[in-house]
Design a protein around this ligand. Structure first.
Ligand SMILES: [Fe+2]
Length: 133
């Protein structure tokens, strides 16, 4: 059974999928169950500093940076994507990043609705943060 917005990866071929609508079945790829990618926020300050999204409210929306100490963006170690997700999980903006690109995402909105963000590092996994006023 899956839940909306969960991420799953295939450890054989590298496929990575996001659940758009949940269902009862198990996700299978290359003949094996896919592994759920769980949030990896840790107790290790250094890891959190480089990976937990920093969400800043700006005049016309939000800017999200990964993290409070900028994450590397090299071929070997980089952020795959950043997502900004409304608190009710109804709206998502995803930015897929290229190596050497700044690990940040800007969204324009006038709404008062709050949001949370998450980012996937190719080595250290998934980190998330809710916006706090
Ligand atoms: Fe990393």
């Amino acid at each position: 059974m899956t839940e909306i917005l969960e991420l799953y990866k295939c450890n054989i071929c590298g496929n990575l999928v996001e659940v758009i609508q949940n269902g009862q079945g198990e996700l299978i790829c290359c003949g094996k169950p896919m592994e759920q990618i769980k949030t990896n926020n840790s107790d290790m300050e250094e890891l959190n500093d480089k990976h937990v999204p920093v969400i800043e409210k700006v005049v016309d929306g939000y800017t999200i940076r990964i993290g409070s100490t900028k994450h590397p963006m090299t071929e070997e170690h980089h952020i795959n994507f950043i997502q900004a997700i409304s608190k009710d999980n109804k709206y998502i903006k995803t930015k897929f990043l290229s190596v050497e690109e700044e690990p940040e995402l800007s969204i324009k909105c006038k709404c008062e609705a709050s949001l949370w963000a998450r980012a996937l590092c190719n080595i250290h996994g998934l980190f998330k943060k809710e916006f706090e006023e």
